[in-house]
Design a protein around this ligand. Structure first.
Ligand code: 5GP
Ligand code: ZN
Length: 113
């Protein structure tokens, strides 16, 4: 049995509000949204995080970001959104299946905390 939370969301074993899916990627609403839009875009391939990603994962990483841009365009939040990868526990990474946070629909301050 796969114990990875996000792999289990992809397989439908754990329910989530799906926003987008294609052959390589899956996107769903974050359970604890930090803005009106807070979507997690993940590769279907299990990659633990950015620091574990390999050169052969480069296209997948790009695809996740392009999916985030697509969702932002669809939602009309292109005046300002943020894509974020938390890498490692000190940056708040709590789920170890690579995910791009898409956060928008409100004004975003810089630098983030
Ligand atoms: P991280 O802290 O690893 O960068 O981000 C993990 C994100 O996954 C968090 O924003 C958290 O709210 C979200 N999350 C954790 N568990 C679940 C879940 O079961 N369902 C959904 N939809 N999001 C989750
Ligand atoms: Zn996984």
């Amino acid at each position: 049995m796969n114990t990875c939370l996000f792999c289990r969301i992809i397989s439908g074993e754990i329910s989530a509000k799906k926003v987008y899916e294609d052959e390589h990627t899956y996107a769903f609403d974050d359970i604890n949204p930090q803005g009106p839009t807070h979507v997690l875009v993940i590769p279907k391939k299990h990659i633990r995080g950015l620091k574990e990603a390999q050169v052969e994962d480069a296209e997948l990483l790009g695809r996740c970001h392009l999916v985030a841009a697509h969702i932002a365009r669809q939602r009309g939040i292109e005046d300002g959104y943020r894509t974020v990868l938390n890498v490692g526990p000190n940056a708040g990474q709590s789920v170890f299946h690579l995910h791009v946070h898409l956060i928008g629909g409100r004004s975003l301050r810089w630098p983030p905390g």
